[in-house]
Design a protein around this ligand. Structure first.
Ligand SMILES: [Zn+2]
Length: 381
């Protein structure tokens, strides 16, 4: 079982390196806007471009803007990825019948992250230095060491300096990192999403046994009530229900164990507090089933946390899904809005991921920090 962990460190590039970082950011922003402009122009002329086509366009654009050659190629690819994931996020919101503006061109202020995915970096843990391809060496403060297989590094310009975010994958069995905290948002579309970008799929135990259950239900209904055969058939049906029940419990035990083993602090919403309706589904029945399952998950977390010395913090759920985790602006959403798109700062992210970051920030009493749209990893437990 792999967990995805992200480590955030302050970074201190020297003056020359900072110039290169700013230039690279500017070039990436140019590329983002250029590709968006061409997509819009194509649409106006009645045809649509595909992701692979804008990807291929990067190569030919290098003649037009030689500065592109000074940026690591994978970083440029990620610019195209970001553009397309923003487009996907917006079109998803549109499909739900919500009005939303066109994708905006990025101003220099809003374009602030270089995404080194899989390659183009070297971490020197001993000296707390990361060397980025085409940028150079950047000193960081590694107050806690990062562990695991590094999947990618983001380097971000913020109003108060530079940050790097290291995304690493690691086995749960590794010892708990001291000081690591996580926010978990339980939801309807997936079982939960956490602030490290991990999406746990809803288990479908009932659905998996549904054919069997239907058959047995028919078998029960065909038999004479209270006859021996009826009792036998009913026993068989009860066994299947019990099996599903055990599978669910098993899942919740495993999941809570993973979180408790991985984090020193776990933040969740306080389900006892009113205002959870912004979380529930439309029908009362469904909502109550979900809240029972969430309640069980939290109680498993709670007693496992206590014996493992992990802190479990329950935060007020008010506005956790509405606040922009990047800037604090309130972005009203209905239940069907799956995407958080902030008109104030331009931050676009999965709705539940945005909520998970808020839950973590509130629970650990942290100030707002720049949040990066990171690739979410879908996992089934
Ligand atoms: Zn915002």
């Amino acid at each position: 079982m792999l967990m995805l962990i992200s480590y955030k460190y302050r970074a201190y590039p020297d003056a020359d390196t900072e110039v290169r970082l700013n230039t690279a950011l500017d070039t990436c922003r140019w590329l983002y806007n250029k590709l968006l402009e061409e997509l819009n122009a194509a649409r106006k002329n009645g045809f649509t471009l595909k992701k692979v086509e804008t990807q291929a366009r990067i190569v030919t654009l290098k003649d037009e803007n030689p500065a592109l050659k000074e940026v690591y190629s994978k970083v440029l690819q990620m610019v195209n990825n970001t553009l397309w994931s923003n487009i996907a996020a917006l079109s998803q919101t549109k499909k739900r019948g919500r009005k939303i503006g066109k994708l905006r061109f990025k101003s220099a202020f809003r374009y602030r992250t270089l995404n080194y995915n899989q390659s183009g970096f070297k971490i020197d843990k001993e000296h707390s230095i990361i060397t980025f391809s085409k940028i150079g060496a950047v000193r960081i403060t590694m107050h806690r060491p990062c562990v695991g297989r590094v999947k990618g590094i983001l380097i971000t310009r913020s109003s108060d300096g530079w940050y790097v975010t290291i995304q690493a994958e690691q086995e749960v069995s590794e010892p708990k990192r001291c000081g690591r905290s996580v926010g978990i948002d339980v939801g309807l579309n997936s079982y939960c999403v956490d602030s490290d970008g991990r999406v746990v799929q809803n288990p479908r135990f009932y659905e998996q046994s549904l054919i069997k259950i239907k058959k047995l239900q028919q078998s029960v209904s065909r038999k004479k009530r209270f006859s021996n055969n009826w009792k036998k058939a009913k026993d068989r049906l009860d066994k299947v229900y019990e099996h599903v029940f055990n599978q669910r419990n098993d899942f919740l035990h495993k999941l809570s164990r993973q979180y408790v083993d991985t984090y020193a602090t776990i933040c969740v919403e306080n389900l006892d507090v009113k205002g959870l309706k912004e979380k529930g589904s439309n029908t009362g029945m469904h909502r109550s089933i979900h809240s029972v399952a969430w309640g069980k998950f939290f109680s498993y977390l709670s007693y496992k946390a206590e014996s493992a010395g992990t802190k479990l913090i329950k935060v007020n759920p008010k506005n956790t899904s509405q606040i922009c985790s990047n800037c604090g602006h309130i972005v009203k959403k209905t239940l069907s809005d799956r995407v958080h798109a902030c008109p104030n700062c331009g931050f676009v992210a999965d709705r539940d991921y945005n909520a998970a970051v808020n839950i973590c920030r509130i629970g650990t009493e942290q100030p707002f920090m720049p949040v990066e749209t990171m690739p979410l990893h879908h996992i089934s437990v």
